[in-house]
Design a protein around this ligand. Structure first.
Ligand SMILES: [Zn+2]
Length: 351
């Protein structure tokens, strides 16, 4: 059974521990992450159920797909299980989806399970994440750019949100071909040799992973100004030790709008990392509130509902990814409750 110490953070240990003592009787302690024997829904503890219910209340009917989906779902919200269960994750030749303009100057190119965003600043392109390998760059990213009229020679920076294969694998090839600097946090440059995602990709018969050589380090609070864009970097550990999130300006119908890119995605299983993510989320949430963020995106777009919103559209024809400050509050609130639910599960050794 997982144990916790008070110094592990600001989540309510006492509350969770009290509840977990009851559940020990019915839930097998120490259920390994790699086992598919997740307990059934009726075994969910009162503490977990309360947080899931709270997430559902924040979600209302409009956001129910988030509170009832991956984030708060039991078992599926730990990283290895996410890798195994999200469609296309372990399919080396998963096809690209139709690339699309999320905003006037921000484009999504990739597959369903993950992808890249490209910000056209007017004075060059900033690429967020790099797909998994040279083949995906050649077969998905570059054709997608051609379809959208973007010239890879205009790539100026590659921002890698975190040190998992699906985000950095194509970086060495892009560096070799286009010479663009690779930006990552110090903690995640250090983390690359320990990347826990690598064995899953190896076992799924992906081509051998080539890791980028250490390049530029991004510090928390750094701002990248290029052309008409401004990108603020926020280091948000939890998913990895140095997950990089950003707050950026984009254009929508010619108007500047502020959106946030959450780099964290799937929830970790261990208490220490869950606590880190919880702290990171609140910091990012506050910064987003201060900056009046009106949209939330991710290079795993399904995690924050980007595909759902895009497909749903809006009655007035406005951009469905502009969810307003209220929408940002609600998604952050759902994430918060789902982290707490997962924390309660982890305290019981149920991941
Ligand atoms: Zn990851």
């Amino acid at each position: 059974m997982a144990s916790a110490t008070p110094e592990e953070g600001n989540l309510s240990m006492k509350h969770f521990r009290r509840c977990s003592m009851v559940l020990v009787l019915v839930v097998m302690p120490g259920a390994a992450l790699s086992q598919a024997s997740a307990p059934t829904a009726q075994e969910e503890s009162p503490a977990v159920a309360a947080h899931v219910r709270q997430a559902q209340e924040i979600a209302g009917s409009e956001w129910r797909f988030l509170s009832d989906g991956f984030l708060c779902g039991r078992a599926e919200n730990t990283i290895p299980l996410a890798i195994r269960t999200i469609p296309g994750f372990l399919v080396p030749d998963a096809p690209g989806i139709e690339p699309f303009a999320a905003f006037d100057n921000l484009y999504y190119i990739g597959m369903y399970a993950w992808g890249t965003f490209i910000l056209d600043t007017g004075e060059g392109l900033i690429l967020f994440d790099a797909l998994t390998n040279e083949r995906q760059v050649k077969e998905i990213l570059l054709p997608g750019m051609a379809e959208l009229g973007l010239d890879p020679e205009d790539l100026k920076y590659l921002v890698v949100t975190h040190g998992h294969v699906d985000h950095y694998g194509g970086a060495p090839y892009l560096k070799q071909e286009y010479g663009l600097p690779i930006l990552m946090s110090e903690a995640d440059w250090d983390y690359l040799p320990h990347d826990i995602s690598m064995p899953y990709f190896v076992r799924a018969n992906y081509p051998p992973v080539i890791q980028p050589e250490r390049d530029q380090v991004v510090q928390d609070g750094d701002v990248l100004n290029l052309g008409n864009a401004s990108v603020t970097f926020v280091i948000t550990p939890g998913h990895t030790p140095g997950t990089l999130s950003t707050i950026l300006t984009v254009k929508d119908r010619g108007e500047p709008r502020t959106v946030a890119m959450w780099g964290g995605q799937a929830l970790p299983g261990a208490l220490k990392e869950l606590n880190q993510m919880h702290g990171s989320l609140h910091r990012f949430w506050n910064l987003g509130r201060e900056r009046r963020v009106e949209g939330l995106i991710s290079t795993h777009p399904w995690v924050v509902g980007n595909f759902e919103l895009h497909a749903r559209g809006t009655d007035d024809g406005s951009n469905p990814l502009l969810i307003g400050q209220d929408g940002f509050e609600r998604v952050m609130g759902i994430y918060d409750e789902c982290i707490k639910a997962q924390f309660a599960r982890s305290l019981m050794g149920v991941q």
